[in-house]
Design a protein around this ligand. Sequence first.
Ligand code: SF4
Length: 366
Amino acid sequence: MSVATVAIPHETVTEHPVLEGRGLSKRFWVRRGHGPLTRRASLRAVEDVSISLGAGKVVAVVGESGSGKTTVARLLARIITPESGQLLLDGDPVPRRRSRKYAAQVQMVFQDPFASLNPVHRIRYHLVRPLRIHHIDDQDVDTAVDELLRRVALSPPSQFVDKFPHELSGGQRQRVAIARTLAVRPRVLLADEPVSMLDVSVRLGVLNLLADLRDREHMAVLYVTHDIASARYLADRIMVMYAGQVVESSPSVSLTDHPAHPYTQLLLSAAPDPDRMGRPLLVTGGAPPSLLAPPAGCRFHPRCPHAMDICARVAPPSVEIAPAHSATCWLHVDASDRHAPDPEPPAAKRHTNEDLTDLSAGGTGG
Ligand code: SF4
């Protein structure tokens, strides 16, 4: 399939987003080498990611370890600040420092329910604390705690409220972690691999709880996962990330029925599917590249069975291949349009800041 080259931003399509990130990029600095040869090097965790979360919708960000998906969630939560790009809440720019007001509207659920609850405190303590910090329901805290436990299907509340975290199952602990985020009445829930550490038997219950929060409470939900099958089950829209960049974005059914990017095809091929007839869409080896020195051109080209000459030299544009469905791949560009952009005029001096000087000394830029 070839279409005309149309460069568009990879962005979730939401009419009135509650929370929006535009062109978010983030680098981390790491040390490489030993002794006197130690150098600082830049790890490009996320590059130019745009995403919008609408009320009553789930957006899934899918990718392997190191794809940058958790960094996107942390950027949206304002736990870390982007190097460039903008965050908007209800269309208004979000200040660089995470305020209590922002935290009350945008809450994050972490991957490990074992680590996110303090083992020396009872469940009541974990739920009362955010209520008190945010001055909510000061009058009748016990009723508010019971209500929170019921909302996450831990019922009757009396069976759970005086237990310690270690007395609950993994699924119940994750429900308590979600109840704790609900205590401040957020409008956006950022769930970072919320089921990956749970037994398979309880994963579906937690996913259904997130779906329930979307449908009944009209919450905007970000679901970060490496499991594209669960993303299809839960999400209205899926963004696929590879090596810090978005490579495909689409309504979830369209993406899983008609994957356009070879990496998405690889993820789908790796997902167990008892209904699949015949051979998987794509089978290939290799591992994601180091983000300290990502490959030139398309970052997937060392693993891609469809790689062409241009793929190793020039980064592909993002192309709209169907309404609200875009992919960053040269395969979807007319053959006659597959050429390198004109070289830039030499006058502009680039990379002037100190960090980039350091980087070139370390020889790690990609
Ligand atoms: Fe493969 Fe080239 Fe498409 Fe990258 S741009 S996914 S290397 S075909």
